[in-house]
Every structure is written in C-alpha cells, then in structure tokens.
Write a protein that binds this ligand. Sequence first.
Ligand code: TRP
Length: 332
Amino acid sequence: MKTILTGIRPTGNLHLGHYFGAASNWLKLQDDYDFFLEIADVQALTDNFHQPEKLASNVFLLAVDLLSIGIDPKKVHIFVQSKIPEIAELTIFYSNLVTMSRLYRNPTVKTEIQQKKALFGQQGESVTYGFVGYPVSQAADITAFHGELVPVGEDQLPLIEQCREIVRKFNSIYGETLIEPKPLLSETPRIKGLDGAEKMGKSLGNAIYLKDSEEEIKKKIMGAITDPKKIQKDDPANPDVCMVYYYHKLIHNENLEVVCKECKKGERGCVQCKKELIQKMLEFLKPIQEKQKYYYEHKEEVYKILEDGRKVAKEKAEQTMKDVRHSMKIDY
Ligand code: TRP
C-alpha cells in the first residue's frame, strides 16, 4: 500500500469549499492507501501566532468535521502536527537546504505575501521567518511519514515542488534516505462562493458551513447571486452564471436537468429554485450534522481518535528521524 499524506489548517468549521474542493476526494482515497491526515496547527500559527487561544477549539472542530463527513479513523491516521516534535526537528535540518531567495520565489508564498500587503498595507511587509519558511515545515510534514502521494489543490503545487527539491538535495548530500513525493490533484477545481467569487473562503464571508443551521442556510441561499439579466420570474435565464444552479450541480440534485431546462425556458422563478436548493442542501447536510452532534456530545471519543492517530504517526516519524540522523552522521 502506498502512503498518502495530506494536511489541513485548523481554522474552524469546514465549509463546502473544503468539502468539495478537497475532503470529498480524501473519502475516495481512504480505502486504498495508508493515509496520514494531519491537522496542521503549527502551520496555522505561522499567520495566526497572535491568536493561539483559538487553536485548541479549532483543532477539535476540525477533527469533528473530518469524522462527520466520513473520514474513517480505522483507515486514516488523523493526528495533530504539534504532537509530533520530529516534524519540527526535520524542519530545522531541512532549513539548511533551502535558500531565502528560493523561498521568496515560491509562487504560493509570493501570492500570500502580496495578499498580506493588500490587506494590511505597510504592516504586510513584516513577514516573519516562520511564515516564509512554512514550505520547509510542510516538506517535513510530508517526508516524516514517507508520503509518496500528496492530495492537494492546485494552489499547493509549488509547495510540493519545493518539497521535492529538498528531498533531492538531502539525498544527494547525505545519501538516499527520503522519498520524493508526487502531488495528487483533486478533480474538483476550487469551489465558488455564494457571491459568485472564484473562491469560497472564511475571510470572504461567502461560505456555507457544514454546521450551518436551517436559518443560516435559508438566509445564505436566498441571498445567493443569480443571473443578473433575469428580472421577471418568467424571464429565460442562463444557469451557467447562477450560483444557485452551481450548488444544485455541486450537491448532485437528481433533478438537475429539469432545473436547467426550466431555467433556460423561463419556466422557473429564482425564488422557487432557491427554495428547492435549500431543501436539497438541508438533506445533504443532515447526516453530516447528525454526526457532528454525536461527536460534540462525545468529546472523549474524538480525543481518543486523535491520540490513536498520534501514536501511529509518532512511531513512523521516529523511524524517519533515526534514518535521517544516521544519514547525516549525527547519530552519535
Ligand atoms: N498548506 C496546506 C493548506 O494550507 C495544509 C498542509 C499542511 C498540507 N501540511 C501539509 C498539505 C502537508 C499537504 C501536505 O491547505
């Protein structure tokens, strides 16, 4: 069985962007691989170091959501990054193998720095060492478990490439030790927001969360962007520019063809269409929310799962560390 490793930052509850953009893909992979799923709390600190008090609850909420969507802890080792100190140790050793200019040229880091500048102006200039260096720590995440395949979205490709470079450099200097990982791109591109923006995101305020109440779902979907050219209820419209149709498609409404046809012919008003989507969305979320409720009431079970995952992860990382120390001739 090949080893898969992927990570996700704990930033609170999961939304449909996380689910359809990444997590639903993990569900398909869990039967066929030795799967390590990391809750990347240390990485979350790289741009949230001033709010550490949020981490503990965010880790818990994320673990609950992962379990509620159907990640099976019997098949997947779910663990918390900070519980595996070997990752931090590897990060230090790898940091010698990467130049600062290479990190600054990493397209993901570059984009994120630009976003910070756009958000915070001059303050955005004060990028920390930890932030610029997070690709190095991510390389440690992957290689600590000898991850061969890394399921990620497109935006993460430069980070995998950086990891591959570090592995090659390590192996060429210290001898064949680490496995060069390959990215495994998810089929779904990024998921659009309720407002029609290219990306659904927490900070963008355009997301539907897996834990949203009926009231919230109603409010959000009633406010979703539809074809702006459609004025009257019976005007024909273009479903391809309508977010309501987009989500009908995303959650696999079995009446999709009817929705499309009626919309194009002007036989379906937007309000009716939104009400139908609300119903379908609630049906889609129901089994997930039942499990969320169960895990919120059985906290100890969630922590036990994280502890079990930690044990497996720790054992594997310890072995890697031994090999690395041996190759680096620091096993004295
Ligand atoms: N950087 C990833 C993200 O923001 C999360 C992550 C952390 C990750 N460690 C990883 C992804 C290791 C793949 C492999 O989504």
